[in-house]
Design a protein around this ligand. Structure first.
Ligand code: ARG
Length: 285
């Protein structure tokens, strides 16, 4: 898992200490049915006008950015009547080739889980069963090295953390989210590589903050300003960080640490409370 991206072959020989990109495989869903028809998070206001064509163009730019960086993107067919399906991160959690199906907190999104399960089963991930408790996939779950970090407080329930540990055989570290603006873990934290993360401390309970500081003493701590443009809803391949363009302070912090910020503009999807990571489900074989 240390492949250098093909696009990087033309760049000068990597220097010792350079960050190394790792190829990823993603599942995404084109936002042809995207709309803000209901409000299930603090960012959504029903009746907000959405420019669907613009949302699709912004989404295509995100997809093309991943492909340009050497990653593989698969597409899940959008389903009419599921306006949040573009937020593919929530449909399942996949690690070591094991896919755990989501169980959505809100009935409005329940229909997305079987669509993800069917795609994953058709693409060799075995039987994909939902958890018994609510769990919203990579919205609340992420992998850092051997560990699974798991959010709870707004969507994914504590009981699902135990199910995920049992089904993946990876240690699950539960983290309490306390600010409704950061309702999924992936709005408040993302892995930079196998050893560290970027995060916004204000989104977490005091105990969870202490846990994160103990596990990741050299983590990048984002400002509230950057967190409020969903700057933590970003995707790192270990070198490039695909991130909301508005999170300029965080981009500067990451650049100082040797990462390469790759800004994208997803303003239409922000109306649904999502950014680049929400649109991106990682398939880890
Ligand atoms: N409107 C969606 C919801 O509230 C946004 C989901 C964003 N996804 C994420 N991974 N944070 O469920």
């Amino acid at each position: 898992m240390t492949a250098v991206l093909p696009g990087e072959r033309l760049s000068p020989e990597p220097m010792p200490g350079d960050r190394v990109a790792v190829r990823r495989t993603f599942l995404m869903c084109r936002p042809v049915h995207f709309a803000v028809e209901y409000a299930i998070n603090a960012w959504m206001t029903p009746g907000t006008q959405v420019d669907t064509d613009l949302a699709v163009r912004q989404w295509e730019a995100l997809r093309d950015t991943y492909v340009g960086l050497g990653h593989t993107v698969h597409e899940l067919d959008p389903v009419p009547g599921l306006p949040d399906m573009v937020f593919a991160a929530n449909g399942a959690f996949v690690v070591d080739g094991v896919a755990v199906g989501a169980r959505f907190a809100h009935p409005e999104r329940a229909g997305e889980a079987p669509a993800h399960a069917a795609w994953l089963q058709a693409n060799g991930f075995g039987e994909v069963r939902p958890t018994q408790d609510v769990h919203e996939g990579e919205g609340d779950l992420t992998v850092v090295g051997d560990l699974v970090l798991a959010g709870t407080g707004f969507r994914t329930q504590r009981g699902a953390h135990a199910e995920i540990q049992e089904r993946t055989g990876r240690p699950v570290v539960g983290l309490d989210l306390v600010d409704p603006r950061f309702y999924h873990l992936d709005t408040a934290l993302f892995p930079l590589d196998d050893t560290t993360v970027a995060w916004y401390p204000g989104a977490f309970s005091p105990g969870s903050r202490a846990v994160l500081r103990r596990l990741f003493p050299d983590a990048v701590e984002a400002s509230e300003e950057d967190a409020l443009v969903l700057g933590l809803n970003s995707v790192s391949d270990g070198r490039h960080v695909v991130m909301p363009a508005a999170a300029t302070g965080l981009a500067e912090q990451l650049a100082q640490r040797g990462f390469v910020p790759v800004p994208v503009e997803l303003g239409e999807l922000l109306k649904g409370g999502g950014g680049p990571k929400c649109c991106t489900s990682e398939l880890r074989r």
